[in-house]
Design a protein around this ligand. Structure first.
Ligand code: LLP
Length: 431
């Protein structure tokens, strides 16, 4: 994974920094991010467009991991930014992210959130439904504000991934349906609003997708409609946003494509389709989250208690769990892990890694091959960079871990560890 390796002390090294040393300095559990790998991923997405001279925006879907430092890194790499709530927008603004490159998503943006977006003059709002269309129209008139919008389309695609992260299928809470005329009605309405500039169309078909078929099919369905709408409504989309969802390799079984492969196939298809309909080639926007940060993140835990169920299995508990990584409990997500202090020692046992929360379902990894362990050991779980910290919670009043960025042998604390005092800071006494 990225710049991880084994150093001369025999410890796992990330970004030129000794992982065991990191746990001594910053404690456990600890999220560690390999900055070089995140930069590499960002560059490969961007380059894939640049090489073919395609106008594009690569928007980092900040829901995957939103902190000030991360957003600043996205800005350094020339990415745009996808936010889905007032909180993510606020984080981006505090990070100093250029407002014109912020795109605002969400299926139930509140009046306050939309007002905030208009006041800040952010780059575009991805309008999800009729309610929002009306609300945004009202607010834009009240504020006499001009606003760029994309319409979120549900293209009716079934991507092969976990049911909970499927989003492009017809029966979805997101977007205007393409098949039943909703999308066309929405477009007609939007085109009549003077304060709106309808830049184009958006869809997002799902997450952790390993093939391009779904993206190409979605592009086909939308471009076919673009041709209809050009003649019927004199509307030519300047932007076609195909969302995120590019898969990463959590375990050996996962076989994602490279960023450049996803992008080049998408470009080829959109070019072919638009040419065949004599449409102008639109800008292509994408919104990768997981594939920019997922495999750059590693979580370090201290090994604790263990329990043997004779003849069945051995449980080994760590000092975190579903509070810092809810993905195994929520999606049966699989991870790989090694002992950070002896990554090369032969694994001669099989243990199941338990979290410390009071839930039987709080299991991080089932049946992991590991060597003999003791309380000195540090477990490094790979590929936790996306939807780990961002979905972390305080269940059982467990403080959220710290986050450290490592690059070229230097570690930088970018999120402080929560304290017990932080946990009760908003609590008020009974009287
Ligand atoms: N754009 C839109 C409109 C989205 O809804 C999402 C993710 C993305 C982009 C980024 O998708 P990505 O490239 O990260 O796959 N918590 C789940 C994933 C939920 C994804 C929700 N939407 C998980 O941990 O697997």
């Amino acid at each position: 994974y990225g710049t991880t390796g084994v150093n001369k002390n025999g410890n796992l090294e990330i970004g030129g920094v000794d992982s065991v040393q990191l746990t001594k300095e910053f404690g456990t559990p600890l999220y560690v991010y390999d900055v070089a790998l995140m930069r590499e991923r960002a560059r490969s997405f961007k380059q894939a467009f640049e090489e073919q001279n395609i106008k594009a925006q690569v928007a980092y879907a900040s829901k995957a991991f939103s902190t000030i430092a991360m957003i600043q890194l996205a800005e350094e790499e020339g990415l745009s930014l996808d936010v889905v709530s007032g909180g993510e927008l606020y984080t981006a603004l505090v990070a100093g992210f250029p407002v014109e490159r912020i795109h605002f998503h969400g299926n139930n943006k509140s009046r306050e959130e939309l007002e905030m977006a208009l006041d800040q003059e952010i780059g575009c709002i991805v309008v999800d439904n009729f309610f929002e269309l009306e609300l945004l129209k009202t607010i834009s008139i009240e504020k006499n504000a001009h606003v760029n919008i994309l319409l979120r389309i549900t293209p009716g695609i079934e991507a092969h991934t976990h049911d909970y992260i499927l989003t492009g299928q017809e029966d979805s809470k997101f977007g205007f349906d393409l098949q039943n005329g909703q999308a066309e009605d929405a477009l007609k309405m939007a085109l009549e609003v003077e304060n709106f500039e309808v830049l184009g169309l958006h869809c997002h078909i799902g997450s952790q997708i390993f093939e391009t078929t779904g993206f190409l099919l979605a592009a086909k369905k939308i471009v076919e409609k673009m041709e209809v709408w050009k003649h019927k409504l004199s509307f030519e989309a300047k932007v076609l946003n195909l969302g995120g969802g590019f898969g990463i390799r959590y375990t050996k079984e996962d076989e994602p494509l490279q960023p450049s492969q996803y992008v080049s196939e998408i470009i080829r298809e959109v070019k072919k389709l638009t040419e065949s309909y004599s449409l102008k080639m639109p800008e292509i926007w994408i919104e990768p989250g997981r594939s920019l940060v997922g495999d750059a993140g590693i979580t370090l835990y201290k090994v604790g208690s263990s329990k043997e169920v004779p003849g069945v299995r051995k449980y080994l508990a760590v000092d975190g769990g579903m509070s810092d990584n809810i993905r195994p409990a929520l999606y049966q997500a699989k991870y790989e892990a090694v002992l950070a202090n002896k990554p090369l020692t032969k694994a001669d046992k099989t243990v199941s890694i338990a979290g410390k929360c009071c839930e039987s379902g709080d299991m991080l990894i089932w049946d992991l091959p590991l060597p003999e362990t003791n309380e000195e050991d540090i477990l490094a779980v790979f590929c936790t960079g996306a939807y780990g910290y961002s979905m972390a919670n305080n269940y059982n009043r467990i403080p959220r871990p710290a986050v450290v960025f490592v690059e070229n042998g230097t570690a930088t604390l970018v999120v402080k560890r929560e304290t017990f005092a932080d946990l009760i800071q908003h609590d008020l006494p009974l009287k």
